[in-house]
Write a protein that binds this ligand. Structure first.
Ligand code: ZN
Length: 146
């Protein structure tokens, strides 16, 4: 099901999203619908508040690094209760766009690398060092939850 997007000015986008305690059928359905919505919107990431749900979950389909550091082509993935730690002192400024603020592209200064942790739909906690565009996307989507 394609969900309707919320746009800049909608109060849900300012609300702090709540942790997901348990991966239920409802969460699996939500994740599935978020992936469909992201793809239909030509997005590379979508956080739950962007479809009006204040829960800590986002989906993304940017290229990613596996545990050996190999870059894998982007397939839609689900990230639950993400945490970002160890932001590097080195920073990089890049243009960012957002499905909730259509047609606006602004440069944002962010750490170059981070440690990113999240739980997948199977309940497995993943931790990985991310850099470049992947780190940017994970930071952008995690910002939506905060
Ligand atoms: Zn966004």
């Amino acid at each position: 099901m394609n969900l309707s997007l919320r746009y800049y000015g909608d109060p849900v986008l300012r609300k702090k999203a709540q942790p997901i305690e348990k991966i239920t059928d409802e969460i699996r359905q939500l994740a599935h619908d978020m992936v469909e919505t992201m793809i239909e919107s030509n997005g590379i990431g979508l956080a739950a508040p962007q479809i009006g749900v204040a829960l800590r979950i986002f989906v993304s389909n940017v290229d990613y690094e596996d545990e050996e550091g190999e870059v894998c082509l982007g397939e839609p993935k689900v990230y639950i209760n993400p945490e970002i730690t160890q932001p590097s002192e080195a920073t990089v400024e890049r243009n960012e766009a957002c499905l909730s603020i259509p047609e606006l592209v602004v440069p944002v200064l962010r750490p170059l690398t981070i440690i990113f942790e999240a739980t997948d739909l199977a309940g497995k906690r993943l931790s990985q060092k991310c850099s470049e565009f992947l780190a940017l996307c994970f930071m952008h989507e995690t910002d939506h939850l905060n």
